[in-house]
Design a protein around this ligand. Structure first.
Ligand SMILES: Cc1ncc(COP(=O)(O)O)c(C=O)c1O
Length: 338
């Protein structure tokens, strides 16, 4: 169905799709994914997702390229990460085949929702896995539902590529070192809201430190951290952060450009030795940081008001691959005929 959407006005929020895709896991087998217009679930009030937070999700995008073709970016990596999140919460992993079928069906059934090239907008997919077995005794369920919710979203930067300010948080730990931080599960986000909303109320985004020492950089709200120090691309090593697919792609592009790429513990004070800093993730690709405030220590780390040259180049290099303007030498995009 053709929809009258003003793509240039589309913000970074949910637009109701025509169809979602569902597949249930019951008695040891996944059902064939099917499309439905119904956006409501008939869910038992004691389902393990509601009672004990048995829930994991993902986020990925399809891009309409300069050549008019649709490209889905690295969806198999999202499928692998969702399988790890499922294992992390004692859920049945969604097989790659089911994950892929559901994404492709969601795309096919909502093809008119893929924004045109040149608008900067994309079709975002939100795969979701929930435990549906009714239980009151604490424990995992045996039944699950996998859902893919597509939604067109506007460009993260409607105008100019702009910078964000972060504030260091020492009041709320998002995830424990051996907890669920490495998985994309709802509980991590719910537990970070106290910190992120407090930062937003002050007009900033929230920088999480490692939960054990509050000494090393963990993550930027819902994105990985990247710092540039000379010719080095630095990003935190931590058992409590989500392995970002964007960060992985940017690391490959940085290496190709002759940069040294290092993943290690990064002390907060090392920010003063970096020329550029950014948050990275599917939503924004790269969100450059102008400054990081640490009010408790009375320190401010400044990167400057304009995005730096190294991260700008990496941002454009990845966007060019996603929109088909540059050769996809790593085979990151799957081209879908339409
Ligand atoms: C906590 C967190 N870290 C990092 C990322 C970035 O991951 P990706 O690049 O795969 O979107 C996300 C977004 O998915 C996130 O929610």
């Amino acid at each position: 169905m053709k929809r009258d959407i003003d793509w240039s006005k589309l913000g970074f929020h949910y637009t109701e799709p025509e169809y979602i895709v569902r597949s249930a896991y019951h008695e040891g087998a996944w059902e064939e994914p099917y499309a439905t217009k119904d956006k409501y679930l008939h869910l038992h009030v004691s389902a393990t997702c509601l009672q004990y937070g048995q829930e994991a999700f993902e986020g990925l995008k399809a891009f309409r390229g300069v050549d008019g073709k649709i490209r889905i970016f690295r969806w198999k990596e999202n499928a692998k990460r969702m399988a790890k999140s499922a294992e992390g919460l004692f859920m049945e992993p969604v097989p790659e085949e089911i994950f892929g079928k559901a994404i492709h069906l969601a795309l096919e059934k909502n093809i008119d929702l893929v924004p045109p090239y040149g608008t900067g907008a994309t079709l975002y997919f939100r795969p979701l896995l929930i435990g549906t077995t009714p239980r009151l005794g604490v424990g995992p369920g045996r039944d699950f539902e996998f859902i893919v919710i597509p939604s067109p979203i506007g460009p993260y930067y409607p105008g100019k590529f702009h910078c964000t300010t972060f504030i260091v948080n020492r009041h709320v730990d998002r995830a424990a070192p051996l907890g669920t931080g490495q998985f994309k599960v709802g509980g991590n986000y719910a537990s970070s809201f106290r910190a992120t909303e407090a930062a937003h109320a002050l007009g900033y985004d929230c920088l999480f430190l490692d939960a054990k020492h509050h000494r090393y950089i963990d993550e930027c709200s819902a994105a990985n951290f990247i710092g540039i120090k000379g010719n080095e691309y630095l990003t935190p090593r931590s058992s409590a952060i989500l392995p970002s697919i964007t960060n992985d792609s940017l690391m490959t592009l940085a290496k190709e450009r002759g940069m040294k790429v290092t993943r290690r513990h990064i002390r907060l004070e090392e920010l003063s030795e970096m020329s550029e800093g950014a948050a990275c993730g599917t939503a924004c690709v790269i969100s450059p940081i102008d400054k990081v405030l640490d009010p408790e220590k009375g320190k401010t780390y400044l990167f400057g008001n304009e995005p730096g040259p190294v991260l700008s180049e990496l941002y454009h290099a990845l966007r060019d691959i996603q929109f088909g303007r540059a050769e996809d030498t790593h085979h990151w995009c799957e081209i879908v005929e339409n």
